[in-house]
Design a protein around this ligand. Structure first.
Ligand SMILES: Cc1ncc(COP(=O)(O)O)c(C=O)c1O
Length: 400
């Protein structure tokens, strides 16, 4: 009898966390490594949010709470959905978990049965397919190619739907590409979903507030109210409020689904951290002005990275609408050999040689389901980005 479960054998550890760990390991050994793998803002959590957490501790708000969130946070979440998305939810339709990741995990664990399918646009956030597999389902990928700015078309979505499709996972702006769907583009997809009433929508709006230029964020239940009853609108404070370590994510959707998700959570982590919940109340109800100032910095960094990467022959980097990632395609570099003698036969060997020869850690596109590409997180200082991109330029210039 094997000790480890068969389910676990189908799942791989997060490749993005692996890259961050490898970069940290090499740094600890004294190597000059620039890590561009981490998916978190380099900004500190705003002081008013920290103060709210300290006040919660001082006031003794340090005990267990209701499984899926304190009423004050649920009320703040309902107000947020109304304010930002024009969506009306009651507290009974809201669930809070230990990060956006746990929200998605709870929803999949609560709904998937063997043989059921989940449609995931590729490139995708690394955790979607593995969470579907852990929950016993089957991921079905729909490719959004670089020529279409990494977005899928309504026809692609239509072709992927089968009688076994349970969920369509939607993520805009996207990790790993930063691509954002306009309301019109999204309407094309929701029109398809309206023709298939058995398909539910799990929209991961984690990067809602990280949008640049004049891009306007849109979410499925807002664009197509007809989908409201079969949409789980997921979000969290991690990225927009620089609160990755606080571990608070949330979602709103039909009461029966929310109750089922709460059941999963009640038998795993109980409630999300009490103190973090009070901090999240302040994040959602307090001033939001730092989001715009952080975004101005992110946009400057995006423009810097995109222009430096597009100056490399053989590399094409679409300009993303949001998040803090770029996803350059390296089709023109495949088949070349690095100065250190590595044959660049795919994006994994590219990323490995770049790390070994130039000390720049990026995540290879294969990890996100679309090659040959790689992902850079530009949530780091301008000077670091400039140095990293110069090293990438040097690395590519030396390819023969
Ligand atoms: C698309 C996407 N969804 C969800 C998450 C999870 O966020 P959290 O840190 O709140 O679990 C991430 C984090 O990287 C993400 O990129």
């Amino acid at each position: 009898m094997p000790f480890l479960s068969d389910t676990l054998a189908r799942v791989k550890p997060s490749p993005t966390i692996a890259v961050s760990n490898l970069a940290a390991e090499l740094k600890a050994k004294g190597q000059d490594v620039i890590g561009l793998g981490a998916g978190e803002p380099d900004f500190d959590t705003p002081q008013n949010i920290k103060d709210a957490a300290i006040a919660a501790i001082v006031a003794g708000k340090t005990k267990y709470t209701a499984v899926d969130g304190i009423p004050e946070l649920k009320a703040a979440i309902c107000a947020k959905f109304k304010r930002d998305n024009g969506l009306t939810y009651t507290p009974a339709q809201v669930s809070v978990a230990s990060g956006g990741k746990q929200i998605l995990y709870n929803a999949l664990m609560a709904t998937m049965n063997p043989g059921e399918e989940v449609i995931i646009p590729a490139p995708y956030w690394v955790s979607y397919p593995d969470m579907v597999l852990l929950a016993g389902g089957t991921p079905v990928f729909v490719e959004g190619p670089s020529q279409n700015a990494y977005k899928i078309t309504p026809a692609d979505l239509e072709a992927a739907i089968t009688p076994k499709t349970k969920w369509f996972i939607f993520n805009s702006p996207s990790n790993p590409t930063g691509a954002g769907y306009t309301a019109d583009e999204l309407k094309g997809l929701t029109d398809v979903l309206m023709r298939h009433p058995h398909v539910w929508v799990m929209t991961d709006d984690m990067y809602e507030h990280l949008a640049y230029d004049d891009f306007k964020f849109a979410t499925p239940a807002q664009v197509e109210p007809g989908l409201y009853d079969r949409t789980l609108t997921c979000n969290g404070v991690s990225k927009a409020h620089a609160m990755t370590g606080w571990r608070i994510g949330y979602a709103a959707g039909p009461v029966a689904l929310i109750k089922a998700m709460s059941k999963v959570q009640s038998q795993s982590t109980s409630n999300p951290c009490t103190i973090s919940q009070w901090a999240a109340v302040e994040a959602l109800n307090g001033p939001q002005d730092y989001i715009a100032s952080n975004n101005a910095i992110f946009k400057r960094r995006r423009d810097l990275v995109v222009s430096m990467l597009n100056a490399i022959p053989g590399m094409t980097c679409p300009v993303p609408e949001g998040a803090f990632y770029v996803y350059p395609a390296i089709t023109g570099l495949i088949g070349k050999t690095s100065a250190g003698g590595t044959l660049i036969d795919n994006d994994e060997t590219f990323a490995k040689a770049l790390l070994e020869e130039k000390g720049v850690a990026v995540v290879f596109g294969g990890a996100f389901g679309l090659s040959p590409c790689f992902r850079i997180s530009y949530a780091t200082a301008d000077e670091t980005l400039r140095e990293a991109c110069t090293r990438i330029q040097d690395f590519c210039a030396a390819l023969t």
